[in-house]
Design a protein around this ligand. Sequence first.
Ligand SMILES: C[S@@+](CC[C@H](N)C(=O)[O-])C[C@H]1O[C@@H](n2cnc3c(N)ncnc32)[C@H](O)[C@@H]1O
Length: 233
Amino acid sequence: MWDARLDYPPRINCVNAHRTPAVANLLDSESLSLAEDYVYLPDAVRQAREDALVSLGEAPSNGVCAALVFLARMLDAKAVVEVGTGAGVTGLALFAGMNPAGILTSIDSEADWQLEARQAFTAAGIAPRRFRTIAGVALDVLPKLSDGAYDMVFVNGDKLEYVEYVAQAARLLRSGGLLVLYDILWRNLVANPRNEDDETVIMRETLQSVQDLGDFTPLLIPLGSGLLAAIKD
Ligand SMILES: C[S@@+](CC[C@H](N)C(=O)[O-])C[C@H]1O[C@@H](n2cnc3c(N)ncnc32)[C@H](O)[C@@H]1O
């Protein structure tokens, strides 16, 4: 009997081949904007986004935060790894969806950011036992985490290390766990083969590596600067 899963995901070159021909009913930028702003975020996440926009000039988009709430809730995630704690915006979104007893392990090379994130978590009423912030370079820390112990791995760290993060996530996730990579369409540069800056090339290699691993079922979600969600077999 034919097993569709054996042919999935389809083996395509992420960049050069197999483009969907232009059709009239693809979403335009207004529809994508509506999708970004349709969801009302929990107050703590919304506030953290606004604070980050003021202090940093950037923050994960509304739609991306909503997707993280949704995905963590769908999994009833009890153990999540985050690469790139930053100001804690995405951490708060993950907490909003996770199981009420779930624990977030969040890694960042900048201890100062983690201090800010911990303050944001505490202000949002998250008990300290639920967050484990680890100051360090992700590729030093991830290998020390346990195999198959996590429901979800969310990546928002150094773009140039994304391929290695995927390899680590494949080890860390349980069967049925979810890998989520942010910035995968990096500044709208990834889809155009004429762009060849380092981050763009690594994002393409990352997309390819998820397919090549063969034990992930991926979905590319056009929110923010692109989310790749991939369920581990
Ligand atoms: C875009 S910010 C993350 C934003 C965060 N998710 C939030 O919601 O506020 C990227 C973060 O990755 C951290 N970072 C960069 N390179 C790293 C590395 N090699 N290992 C760990 N963290 C890294 C930076 O210090 C920065 O805080």
